[in-house]
Design a protein around this ligand. Structure first.
Ligand SMILES: Cc1cc2nc3c(=O)[nH]c(=O)nc-3n(C[C@H](O)[C@H](O)[C@H](O)COP(=O)(O)O)c2cc1C
Length: 212
């Protein structure tokens, strides 16, 4: 029998996240923490949960990989016709969540979603390994398929069709989450965690502390 989850307890003992140390701008704060997550040797520091909802407000969540970020937003790549793609077409709002467990840190980001430009998507697609480029064609992501063989047969046919150069599928590309809200969570002892939130105000950001 696996252990009872309630018996698996950890203490959180991170360094403090105090107003005097945190960046006034949330993008700078994200860059600092992202750099520390990479330096800590986490296996997948770019993995983030993406939460979307359909027009009726029914939520769904899955992991995607962060591929770019700057002050204009946070970029990931996917199939526009997948469940997430359909939901973002109906309801262009999303939340992102990073959990960097070894650092006892969580970052929450909320905002609006837009598709990135064709040229940016082409450039990133061209940088992917051959197998991943073929995979983008082979998979009608989130559609039901008969079995594994259906997928592998498609891959074999596509490898013959595109032995070298693989164009970007028209239904595959990137999205940018343009933040209006961030929260940086640092685990501290006795569950007295630090939480600093940033809310977009005109061209700037209002920063405030939340109770843990
Ligand atoms: C570590 C990890 C990284 C992933 N990265 C991506 C990604 O960058 N893009 C993507 O479309 N799916 C990615 N996936 C798969 C998604 O979690 C999900 O299964 C898929 O996108 C279909 O989601 P949907 O049906 O909600 O559209 C990743 C999964 C894991 C566990």
């Amino acid at each position: 029998m696996p252990p009872n989850p309630a018996d698996l307890r950890h203490e959180y003992e991170g360094p403090a996240l105090l107003e005097r140390d945190a960046a006034p701008d949330p993008f700078d704060q994200f860059a600092a923490w992202f750099g520390e997550a990479v330096d800590a040797g986490l296996y997948e520091p770019t993995a983030m949960t993406l939460a979307t909802a359909d027009a009726a407000g029914r939520p769904s969540a899955r992991i995607v990989l962060l591929k770019d970020y700057d002050r204009s937003g946070f970029v990931f790549y996917t199939n526009y016709e997948s469940r997430k793609g359909r939901e973002m077409a109906e309801n262009p709002r999303a939340a992102l969540l990073f959990f960097w467990d070894r650092l006892h840190r969580q970052v929450r980001i909320e905002g609006t979603v837009e598709r990135i430009g064709e040229a940016e998507a082409d450039a990133y697609f061209a940088s992917r390994p051959y197998g991943a480029r073929i995979g983008a064609w082979a998979s009608a992501q989130s559609r039901e398929i008969a079995d594994r063989e259906e997928l592998e047969a498609r891959v074999r046919a596509l490898r013959e069709e595109y032995p070298e150069s693989v164009p970007r599928p028209p239904y595959w590309g990137g999205y940018r989450v343009v933040p209006v809200w961030f929260e940086f969570w640092q685990g501290r002892s006795d569950r007295l965690h630090d939480r600093l939130a940033y809310e977009k105000r005109g061209e700037g950001w209002r920063r405030y502390r939340l109770a843990p």
